[in-house]
Ligand binder design. Structure first.
Ligand code: SAM
Ligand code: SF4
Length: 442
């Protein structure tokens, strides 16, 4: 039941988001739910009646950061006793009992499937201490709620929620619940509205986004349907799972010019032994064959990945195999993480055989190797021209603009004439680092 609040009494809510792009997208949904119920959105915590942190539970470090932030906000609350503090998202779902113990000043705890009930829950804060709603709901897709998208040329649209894969290290299936896909008509309606507002690029989101299926619409079909929408120039998606990289998806990527030649394909480890212990569902050989298939189908493909170092039982030779795989695949970029034991996961009971210092050493080696590979991959692009979708001023450099190439590489170039965000310009690359390309409009 939606609770409508008269405008004069409209409480102001400040939303702070941690973690992945799914969380950013969820915060945009939360903002829409609250505004629909009569709340206003505050720009600063100091201006708010309610502060909500949308949290991440993927690694212990993420949780510690949020606990630290909560302590800061507790001080603000003691100066303003009427201020309400709430925790949303994965961490709220993950360890609500421990949380309430560590942060007794919390007024509200709500999991990722409870956002529709937030207005009501905020209203109940005075009754319950804290007000908690962490019911997971395998039917919840928020399909009828149009999120408050951030302004920009790119919008992130949730295609599916939850995850059914249960990789042994990962907390996502427990905190985000079972896999479910948003009906395609809701996605298409959303994308049409975004196109009408001038958005040029759509990023489809899901924990295993290519497992998308709604009746006869699989992910390949969804990509093709979105490609038909006038005004949308670029389509991307994250994160696909290697096991769900079907011919339907690869064919759609190859056939639809709007689907960009960039794939984030998390591998996690280059050792079959470790992959089996992680229950990832593929071997190194199968993964490499997949990479070959995708590269053969999509010329100029850029490839990135996720790597975990120091998983329980990872020995030096397993780690060596990960470095070897990185050299063989030659990723354009990689996100690498030290294994963090998560309560409730299948690997929790196994233990944590690699010590922190050793995890640190392995992580540094992965980062150093990838920096070299990224630089090599980018240097060969010098002299080539790419269509760059202009996003806005570059972070550094007066008079410089920034945007992305189709391969999702950042390109920086001097502003020229009336080139504005949303335009696509052809940029010739003149220099490269591991992180960006610099050039000029041709
Ligand atoms: N669903 C995506 C997939 O399977 O490829 C990944 C989603 S997860 C939010 C992003 C990344 O976090 C994973 O690919 C993995 O590398 C990392 N990750 C997940 N659980 C972790 C853990 N317990 N410790 C360290 N890194 C972890
Ligand atoms: Fe976690 Fe594995 Fe699901 Fe990715 S596929 S969200 S790593 S359980």
């Amino acid at each position: 039941m939606e609770q409508i609040i008269p405008e004069a009494a409209a409480p102001r809510v400040y939303l702070e988001t941690y973690g992945c792009q799914m969380n950013v997208a969820d915060s945009e949904t939360v903002s829409a739910v609250l505004r629909r119920a009569g709340f206003t959105i505050a720009r600063r915590p100091e201006d708010a009646d309610v502060i909500l942190l949308n949290t991440c539970a993927i690694r212990e470090h993420a949780e510690e950061r949020i606990i630290g932030r909560l302590s800061d906000l507790a001080r603000l609350k003691s100066a303003h006793p009427r201020l309400k503090l709430g925790l949303l998202g994965c961490m709220a779902q993950h360890n609500r009992a421990a949380l309430v113990e560590r942060a007794p000043w919390l007024d509200l705890v709500a999991g990722p499937d409870s956002y529709r009930r937030l207005p009501e829950l905020i209203g109940r804060v005075a009754e319950f201490d804290p007000a908690v709603d962490v019911r997971l709901d395998r039917g919840e897709t928020y399909a009828d709620i149009s999120p408050d998208y951030a302004a920009g040329v790119r919008a992130y649209v949730t295609a599916m929620r939850g995850c059914d894969r249960f990789c042994t290290f990962c907390v996502v299936p427990y905190v985000r619940g079972r896999e479910r896909s948003v009906p395609p008509d809701a996605i298409l309606r959303e994308v049409e509205e975004l196109a009408a507002r001038g958005v040029k690029e759509i990023v489809l989101l899901g924990q295993t986004v290519n497992a998308y299926r709604f009746d006869a619409t699989d992910f390949g079909v969804l990509l093709r349907l979105i490609a038909r929408i006038a005004g949308i120039e670029r389509i991307r998606f994250t994160s696909p799972h290697p096991c769900d990289m079907t011919d339907s998806v690869i064919d759609a990527m190859a056939a639809e010019s709007k689907v960009q030649p960039y794939l984030h394909l998390p591998v996690q480890s280059g050792s079959d032994r470790v992959l089996a212990a992680m229950q990832r569902g593929y071997t190194v050989r199968e993964y490499r064959e997949l990479v070959e298939r995708v590269r053969a189908a999509i010329p100029d493909l850029a490839l990135s990945t996720d790597i975990i170092v120091g998983f329980h039982g990872e020995e030096e030779r397993d780690f060596g195999a990960t470095l070897e795989l990185m050299r063989a695949v030659r990723y354009d970029s990689a996100f690498s993480f030290k294994y963090s034991v998560r309560e409730n996961t299948r690997a929790y009971r196994l233990g944590d055989s690699v010590n922190e210092a050793e995890k640190g050493r392995r992580l540094n080696e992965v980062i150093a190797l990838q920096e070299g590979l990224s630089l090599e991959r980018n240097r060969v692009l010098i002299g080539r021209e790419f269509p760059v979708l202009v996003e806005g001023p570059a972070r550094r450099g007066v008079g410089m603009l920034a945007g992305k190439t189709p391969q999702f590489k950042t390109a920086i170039f001097p502003a020229a004439g009336d080139v504005a965000p949303g335009a696509t310009v052809s940029v010739r690359i003149e220099s490269a680092t591991g992180h960006s390309l610099t050039g000029s409009i041709v």
